[in-house]
Design a binder for this molecule. Structure first.
Ligand code: ADP
Ligand code: MG
Length: 657
């Protein structure tokens, strides 16, 4: 038995009690056969009216039993269960549960029903019986018996939540809650039990997080920067625009962090195109004026190069003496050695790069700031990896996948959050349209009309995964097809994930310079590319992408002043719900909420790598109210008693029950 349980990671009584039912079976009143709805699940109380007949058909045995109640007859059929003949005999009544069907001739029958004798059913009636995820070798009745025993063995268990708090938040005791979730007397109790257990999941998580912070203490900024406004003002003065109110506030927050006593650990979130890059540049410039180095890390080589170009052009226009080096996987040989040397001797003030930045060989002269762009692409481990290059380095994390604030507190408990909620002025909203792929021709026509007006377009076809080549258009094939259906003079470029970073960059450069009208690509262009003249993005197989990813892709257009369009093509008859959300919704914050609802936070953030907690019952989105309540309670308790620890574990060996 222990072995069977081990397969589900159940080792102790506690583990078993937390093996929550996946659903409940409700044993309702019996109905009369003639009144039951054919085709529906129903419960009948029937007497057996004649001896069963069993015969073989192929490899199975089929047993027919004739039964009836006052209202009519029902034929029961069992497969490979010849012994029901003895069990049922000619007695009864028994209670049968299953789907009642009608033959063409109008007689009723039920296949493979569940059944119990009258007395047993009387006991079950009106109760909710737990159903557990299947553990091979332990049947449902045995499982229920074991859980009853487990519950009895911990009667009078200590409750890790203080009584005072339970009273105030109106929570069941732990034993009541565990009993309620496994063997609920009714739906009300079940609801209360869930509430208590969800609260406890949140509470223990938050207390743990706060404890860690208390024990580590607030990390102090070992070397606050001097708040010197000159270079920052000079950069701001050279921009062709003024900061939006949101940007101005975010910069205030970042500046205060860098020059203040507490070490910066800030998340800057804002929709695609909300202007996060300039925030990073300001922070890097302030760092440089303080004589220290800053690192800016991007998730892709293409994006790193683009940041490098933007940064250098900003420095040129503003005349600031800040020198940057690029360090990515494709910077090799002599160039790499030189870059590394300049990072180490302090000749470079700003280092822009990809993951390569973390690699062993990189030693900073005096690292004073780490900025990571498009954070949701990195795991938390990588984030800290770079921060560890220097001791206690301020960190700014930028993300275009905005998350609701309540969630940010849980997901990144240790982060401060700044949000850019508005886009810079002068942008016309992107018009989005989802079409079945049978209307591809219409979409192409539209693209052509935009190109004839001097605009450029993106077409996204999904990356080719192994074994899927027949199903999905691969970039090369797709490009050929596209060429065939559009006039010959169109200049079509294509980009795939398999190209080397150099090749990718050269294709992107060509497109950015306007030397191609159409760029066919996989999702490698998802992040950060900025071509203001591109006004249409067509996304093939849109049903294969998640909400956030589609929103990100859409953000590739709408970057200039001209009106932009996003066309989602989906295969299949029905328009996926996600696409309806995107058609109606342009705001990343509310899309993120929707994404959370439909996919759960796991997919959105790549949970496993980012170390987000997995809750057994709680749903971060649905139970957001309880999350807040638990967070307030945790804070109060720790204030009253800083030594408070949540201790929900009592290890009882399974073999004792
Ligand atoms: P993201 O937040 O997606 O990284 P970017 O930083 O790439 O967005 O900004 C998108 C575009 O908006 C860039 O071309 C940038 O120059 C421009 N931009 C940024 N801030 C402003 C502003 N306050 N007013 C006008 N344009 C701005
Ligand atoms: Mg960006």
């Amino acid at each position: 038995m222990a072995e069977l349980f081990a397969g589900k990671e159940i080792f102790t009584v506690g583990d078993l009690l937390r093996f929550y039912p996946s659903g409940y079976e409700c044993f309702e009143e019996e109905t009369e056969a003639a009144r039951a709805e054919a085709g529906a699940f129903c419960t009948l109380r029937l007497k057996i009216t004649g001896p069963a007949s069993t015969f073989r058909k192929g490899s199975r045995t089929i047993t027919h039993v004739d039964a009836a109640d006052r209202s009519g007859r029902v034929r029961l059929t069992f497969f490979n269960m010849p012994y029901v003949r003895q069990t049922l005999g000619t007695g009864g009544p028994f209670v049968f549960r299953g789907i009642l069907r009608k033959t063409g001739a109008g007689s009723l029958f039920m296949e493979q029903p569940w059944f119990a004798d009258e007395a047993r059913y009387e006991k079950l009636k009106g109760t909710l019986q737990p159903q557990y995820p299947v553990i091979r070798g332990i049947g449902p009745d045995r499982m229920r018996g074991l859980l009853k025993a487990a519950l009895e063995s911990v009667e009078g268990m200590r409750d890790p939540l203080p009584q005072k708090m339970r009273d105030r938040v109106r929570l069941l005791s732990r034993h009541e809650a565990l009993t309620g979730i496994h063997f609920p007397k009714d739906r009300l109790i079940l609801e209360q039990a869930r509430r208590r257990l969800i609260f406890e999941e949140f509470f223990s998580f938050i207390v743990g997080m706060r404890r860690q912070k208390l024990e580590e203490g607030e990390r102090l900024n070992p070397d606050p920067m001097t708040d010197r406004p000159e270079w920052v003002s000079q950069l701001l003065g050279s921009l062709p625009y003024a900061l939006t109110a949101g940007q101005a506030q975010a910069w205030e927050e970042i500046r205060a962090d860098l020059t203040g006593p507490v070490l910066m650990n800030r998340l800057l979130q804002g929709d695609v195109g909300s202007g996060k890059t300039i925030m990073a540049f300001l922070a890097l410039v302030l760092t440089a004026q303080n004589g220290r180095q800053g690192a800016l890390m991007a998730p892709t080589e293409v994006l790193a190069r683009q940041h490098m170009e933007d940064f250098c052009s900003c420095m040129e226009k503003s005349g600031l003496p800040v020198r940057a080096v690029l360090l990515t996987g494709s910077v090799k040989g002599k160039a790499r050695r030189e870059a590394l040397a300049r990072i180490e001797n302090g000749g470079a003030h700003v280092v822009i790069g990809t993951h390569a930045l973390f690699q062993e060989a990189v030693r900073f002269h005096d690292l004073g700031l780490v900025v990571t762009d498009e954070q949701h692409r990195f795991g938390v481990r990588q984030r800290t990896g770079l921060a560890e290059k220097g001791e206690d380095v301020p960190v700014l994390v930028m993300s275009a996948t905005p998350i609701p604030r309540t969630l940010a507190i849980v997901l990144y408990g240790d982060l401060q959050v700044s949000s850019l909620r508005e886009l810079p002025p002068g942008r016309t909203p992107i018009q989005s349209l989802a079409l079945p792929d049978t209307q591809r021709g219409r979409a192409y026509k539209f693209i052509l009309s935009q190109i004839r007006q001097g605009r450029q377009c993106y077409v996204i076809c999904p990356a080719v995964e192994e074994g899927e080549i027949q199903e999905i258009e691969n970039v090369a094939d797709y490009t050929e097809k596209l060429r065939a259906s559009l006039p010959e003079d169109l200049r079509i470029a294509s980009l795939t994930g398999r190209m080397s970073p150099m090749e990718k960059t050269s294709v992107m450069d060509r497109f950015a310079a306007g030397d191609a009208d159409l760029l066919v690509s996989t999702t490698v262009i998802e992040v950060g590319i900025n071509v203001p003249n591109a006004t249409v993005i067509l996304i093939e197989n849109a049903e294969r992408f998640g909400l956030s990813q589609l929103h990100q892709l859409r953000g590739r257009v709408g970057r200039g002043t001209a009106k932009s369009y996003c066309i989602f093509l989906y295969s299949g008859k029905e328009k996926p719900q996600r696409l309806c959300v995107l058609e109606k919704n342009a705001d990343g914050f509310s899309i993120a909420e929707q994404d959370l609802k439909t996919r759960g936070p796991g997919d959105l953030f790549g949970v496993r790598q980012s170390g987000m907690p997995q809750f057994a019952l709680a749903d971060l989105y649905e139970d957001a109210d309880l999350l807040k309540e638990a967070s307030v309670c945790a804070d109060e308790i720790l204030r009253e008693d800083p030594s408070f620890r949540y201790d929900g574990e009592r290890r009882v060996d399974l073999s004792t029950i």
